[in-house]
Design a protein around this ligand. Structure first.
Ligand SMILES: C[S@@+](CC[C@H](N)C(=O)[O-])C[C@H]1O[C@@H](n2cnc3c(N)ncnc32)[C@H](O)[C@@H]1O
Length: 293
């Protein structure tokens, strides 16, 4: 997909309606009059809402300030967590998508591109990687690091809870490291799932300390130092058509990575299925009366 085709494929991040392109192709206007523009480095700013919710605005600001320190220092965080092998763990997370050459992948919260490089490797040759983040400075650094020849790479600034693509655009979607602070986390899961094809994989991870370790002395230190380790794996935020859901604890069991597949529809419960005999009904009545008793 060329950059031209990528820009033409973008839709309104709120309504998924088509966008009107300006004569020079650099500005996109939604039916409600909101405009989105190509900024520097070929990055198109698709952030919605234009005035972010408080938590998202704070994260954007903090990462914009700390992008160099993050890029240099995040490996140290993983090193403290059971001397985890960061490269192998990131490779494991990416492997959960079971990517193939030629596929089209979206990464939300790509940051400075640490997982993006691995995604690009897996879809070469001929694939398309669409990399996004809320922080311009984080994403600019990613653009400098990623310039592969045999994969199309496109960048946009975006909020993971409002994705500017039609339903079923991607073979897989990946996010690691930010969802705990998203202002609208349930909506983000709905969006990550919406833009994947039926049968495609969604892989998401972030901090969540394994419950059986929370009283260990060194884990107690972490627990106090960073409230994000208190987060639970957000299973209640998954959409109803998520299936084959599995998760692993990683990085010293202080983070999780979950994967699920998008089903065509939510599982159906058949409340009209005929009951197989009166004794079956009596058995259920007996159980219910014991509970009441
Ligand atoms: C901890 S960093 C992880 C970056 C990268 N995935 C990695 O593993 O190195 C979290 C990233 O999520 C981005 N982020 C935070 N809130 C976001 C949102 N609502 N939508 C998209 N990205 C967001 C931040 O700007 C930041 O780059």
């Amino acid at each position: 997909m060329t950059q031209e085709q990528f820009l033409a494929a973008l839709v309104c991040p709120q309504t998924q309606q088509p966008l009107q392109r300006s004569a020079d192709g650099q500005t996109l206007t939604a039916p409600d009059g909101t405009t989105y523009s190509v900024i520097d480095s070929g990055i198109v700013d698709m952030i919605y809402p234009r005035e972010l919710f408080e938590d998202d605005a704070r994260e954007q600001h903090l990462y914009d300030l700390a992008y160099q320190r993050y890029d240099r220092g995040v490996s140290w965080v993983f090193e403290t967590l059971n001397h985890s092998d960061e490269a192998a763990t990131r490779q494991f997370m990416i492997s959960l998508m079971e990517l193939k050459p030629g596929q089209t992948v979206l990464e939300v919260g790509a940051g400075t591109g640490k997982d993006s490089a691995l995604i690009v490797e897996q879809i070469a040759p001929g694939g398309t990687a669409v990399l996004s983040d809320l922080s311009p400075n984080m994403l600019r650094l990613a653009t400098q690091k990623l310039q592969p020849n045999d994969v199309n790479v496109h960048f946009f600034l975006g909020n993971g809870s409002y994705l500017p693509f039609p339903d079923g655009t991607f073979d897989s979607v990946f996010h690691f490291g930010g969802i705990n602070t998203f202002s609208e986390r349930k909506k983000a899961f709905a969006e990550l799932t919406r833009v994947v094809k039926v049968g495609g994989k969604i892989v998401v991870g972030d901090e969540s300390m394994a419950p059986w370790l929370r009283n260990e002395p060194t884990y107690q230190i972490l627990w106090k130092a960073n409230p994000l380790f208190h987060a639970e794996i957000p299973l209640e935020d998954l959409p109803s058509n998520a299936e084959k859901v599995t998760w692993h604890y990683i990085f010293g069991n202080c983070f999780y990575v979950m994967q699920y597949t998008k089903a065509a529809q939510a599982p159906q419960i058949d409340v009209d299925l005929p009951i197989p005999g009166k004794d079956f009904v009596d058995n259920w009545r007996l159980r219910a009366s014991k509970v009441e008793g």
